[in-house]
Design a protein around this ligand. Structure first.
Ligand SMILES: NC(=O)c1ccc[n+]([C@@H]2O[C@H](COP(=O)([O-])OP(=O)(O)OC[C@H]3O[C@@H](n4cnc5c(N)ncnc54)[C@H](OP(=O)(O)O)[C@@H]3O)[C@@H](O)[C@H]2O)c1
Length: 322
């Protein structure tokens, strides 16, 4: 799969391509035994992902910082699908306190957890620190999801063990992972405003999403755990994500209009990787247009993946210290 297939909608080995919608790639799948969390499920790709998972009968929890918008999204889904099982829980990925509270509230629901879609994200923000003092794009897109995943892992493992159903973790990355800082992650200068580039910081966070899935996958395989972890690039879709670069994106779209998708197509790869039986047992990969694709050399670097894991772990621990 490449630019040509993205332009033409040519279907790859999976039988799907850039023109496939989330409904199409999940046609005939019955997910009634599955519970999924979708972060940032109140808008854009996340909202369509929630809608289609619910259409396939999954119980879906929208994890959103704006619960008013998430409840409105839920109502919208229920208008067309009266039996949809959708719940809303508050989650602000820029705050470790909020992440821990979300997990406590989720555990209190006493439901299984089969699928975690780490979808929420921000893009091209001006330099800013999160509530825990971490550069905002890294904090939201990677570190928040790193902590969230770790806190939910025991529940996912337990669900996989007791049900025998494979768990799946899907990290929303981006083709922008190719455009990070030199050496990938600015480990020594993660919170440094000097040399900060809003574009490279986004690329860095999206590189981190792939490395996170890769290291999770290695750990699951080593421990013999029945959970997979993969990363996806959803395509180019005009969504509220572009709020910090609306003009730039509109100009870019004029020249690259043939590469852009609408939201139903934009949610296809997430839904495919989360639900499709083709991917049973398949882990540690990167998907574009519902087909496996090689990511950048840095994203394939297992040593970097381990280093990022240890670094993220340290950041979480140091933020927890009084
Ligand atoms: N659209 C594209 O072309 C494209 C391309 C490649 C990758 N992606 C990736 O796809 C994912 C979804 O993006 P999208 O295009 O659907 O954008 P979107 O509509 O802006 O969705 C992002 C969601 O993340 C939420 N979010 C942001 N910060 C958060 C925080 N601190 N805590 C909790 N939720 C937070 C947003 O909530 P608020 O409404 O409250 O801000 C929003 O619901 C992102 O990870 C993005 O990087 C998108």
């Amino acid at each position: 799969m490449g630019i040509l297939s993205s332009m033409t909608g040519w279907r790859g080995r999976s039988g799907f391509g850039s023109a496939s919608t989330a409904e199409e790639v999940t046609e005939g799948i019955d997910a009634r035994n599955l519970t999924a969390i979708v972060t940032g499920g109140a808008s854009g790709i996340g909202l369509e992902t929630v809608r289609v998972l619910a259409l396939r009968n999954a119980h879906v929890i929208i994890a959103a910082r704006n619960t008013e918008a998430a409840n409105a999204a839920k109502e919208l889904i229920l208008e067309d699908n009266k039996t949809a099982r959708v719940d809303v829980l508050k989650l602000d990925l820029c705050s470790m306190k909020s992440i821990r509270a979300f997990v406590d509230n989720f555990i209190a629901l006493d439901v299984p957890l089969n699928i975690l879609i780490n979808n929420a994200g921000v893009m091209f923000c001006p330099f800013q620190l999160s509530q825990d003092g971490i550069e905002l794009q890294f904090a939201t897109n990677h570190l928040g999801h790193f902590l969230l995943t770790n806190l939910l892992l025991e529940k996912m493992k337990q669900t996989a063990r007791t049900t025998g159903i494979e768990g799946r973790i899907v990290n929303l990355s981006s083709i922008a992972h190719h455009h990070s800082y030199a050496h990938g992650i600015r480990f020594k200068r993660i919170n440094d405003s000097i040399g900060y580039s809003n574009k490279k910081a986004y690329g860095q966070s999206k590189l981190a999403n792939i490395l996170h899935a890769k290291e999770l996958s290695r750990r699951f395989q080593e421990e013999g755990i029945n959970i997979t972890a993969n990363a996806v690039h959803p395509g180019l879709i005009m969504t509220p994500l572009m709020r910090h670069s609306a003009l730039l994106m509109r100009i870019l779209k004029v020249f690259t209009y043939f590469l852009w998708k609408d939201v139903p197509k934009g949610a296809a790869t997430s839904c495919y990787v989360a639900l499709h039986p083709n991917l049973k047992g398949v882990t540690g990969n990167y998907y574009v247009d519902c087909n496996e694709m090689g990511p950048s050399a840095l994203a394939k670097d297992q040593v970097l993946a381990k280093k990022l894991w240890d670094f993220s772990d340290e950041l979480v621990k140091s933020a927890a210290k009084p």
